[in-house]
Design a protein around this ligand. Sequence first.
Ligand code: HEC
Ligand code: HEC
Ligand code: HEC
Ligand code: HEC
Length: 468
Amino acid sequence: MNVTRVAALLAVLVSACKARKAEDLAEASSILVVSALRGTTEPCGCTSHPLGGLDRLAAKVGMHRAAGAGALLMVGDTYFEHATSADHARAQDEARASVISDVIERLGPAALVLGPADIARGRRQEQVPRTIELGGLTVALFQRAELDSKSCGALRAEIARAQADARVLLLGNETPSARVCESGADIVLVPGGEEARVPTVAAGALWIDAADRGRYLGQVVFHMGPPGPWTFYDEGKSARVTHDAKRERLRREIEALDDGPAKEARRAKLAVLEAASSTSEKPSGRYVTWKLEAIDRDVEPAGWATDALQGFNQSLCDITRAATRERTCERASSVADHFIGTGVCQGCHVEEMEVYRKSAHAHAWATLERASKSCDLTCVGCHSVGWERPGGYCRLDDVERFANVGCESCHGPGRGHAMNPTDRTGWSASFVRDPAVTTCVTCHNPQHSDTFDFATYRPRILGPGHGG
Ligand code: HEC
Ligand code: HEC
Ligand code: HEC
Ligand code: HEC
């Protein structure tokens, strides 16, 4: 085979692989980011678009790793949400932390910088590696539990000494004063919160998080170029947004103005803006891009992780029944204020019962059972009646009478009423005929019922025989 033929063959091969190569290259020089899992194994499934699930997150991480992604970095409270648990909840919280630990171990993050709750619960911070190699780049890693003006100087000195192409700081907790520290890091990974934030440049670094509870997987891609500082390039997304906003404002002003020089000036400006390309220029030097992927129901879960979560769920009843068995439940101030369960109301309210039986509330416990969650202490409160309420129940062994959202979830504790249905003076002061929206939202809060609207939801629980 002569040299030209080899070259020609190579050219064909190279062009065929080019598209794929660029993608592989991007994966190879990228880091995956999980910020603040907060002891979450899976979403409760209450909302219209549930996000998260360790098994789905694991699958997503696995896909990127198989495609060549360089490393997984994790920051913030991971195993626990709170620094302490109530006595009866401790065993469940520890069991959950332990299954999270198993899954994370298999995901093999290059670094995990714990949050304050994890540390308070006795989890030990491991030393993160000094550097990682990403597709020909040497990235130096730095870790801090927290960052403030006092600890800033030492960190700056440490970062200045490092020999690397890029410097990434992992923070276990973000205090208000952190973003003023000019540490010399190129990128700072911080724990995320409820809302996914757009990366921001502060104190010379790009601050990044991927929201919390494993609902998103973040990915930083390093794009090589001539040596120099890294810039953040969002592929023109924010430029488009501000351009669109500017154009919109000019159009409104033009519409509102009378003919004259002011209107003409704006017309001219608008013409210029409309002619200009709205995508911002790709930086000429080195830059990073950032991608946030939602872990939604379209992500096929990783079977091995689903098995681990199932194991945890199936162990829950033994754990929480035992842990709640000796609890002393809070008593109500009078006998009338006790919860008695839907079964007792049924005897006198046959018609209301018929309507109730067809509502989602009457199946709320089956929903938990289907999800192997009827012994999860974080679920039972809203899917049953009277949980941890004075005069209600607080031990899982006693749930039978209280399973499902019941009549008393809306009408209040009914013992006094049931004993004296015709003598209102004997009823609990919290027993009401027409419950208000404030009662609904104790359960229908935005995290668990994103589509809740009193005006549309209320008619759905009523009907002929029950307020219909
Ligand atoms: C022994 C029979 C009996 C039982 C048990 C009973 N009720 Fe009633 N309930 C009645 C009667 C009778 C009335 C009508 C009272 C009246 O209008 O004075 C009534 C009225 C009500 C009302 C309307 C109150 C009002 O202010 O007009 C509600 C709400 C209600 N019951 C809910 C319940 C719930 C919830 C339970 C179970 C915790 C329950 N009832 C158990 C007999 C009963
Ligand atoms: C104790 C907690 C609790 C209270 C209080 C409560 N709900 Fe619910 N509600 C639930 C749960 C849990 C479900 C889901 C049940 C299931 O499908 O498993 C639900 C479901 C519903 C649904 C069905 C939603 C659908 O997708 O069709 C409606 C409607 C509803 N609730 C209305 C109300 C209204 C109106 C109130 C107040 C008057 C109220 N709820 C009070 C817990 C509660
Ligand atoms: C703060 C109260 C609250 C807590 C805590 C809660 N839920 Fe719910 N859940 C609701 C409400 C309210 C709905 C109904 C939402 C709607 O339809 O608007 C619901 C609906 C659901 C649904 C959907 C039912 C259906 O048929 O559509 C599932 C599944 C569910 N919950 C499971 C769980 C699990 C598992 C947990 C614990 C991890 C949990 N919930 C904890 C209030 C709660
Ligand atoms: C999700 C909340 C909710 C649940 C659960 C619920 N109710 Fe009601 N109930 C209401 C509301 C709201 C009204 C007021 C209806 C009206 O005045 O139009 C009402 C009215 C009533 C009334 C008086 C008016 C009438 O038409 O009957 C009775 C009695 C009653 N409910 C009994 C019950 C019983 C018994 C159960 C359980 C089998 C039950 N309710 C479950 C919300 C609820």
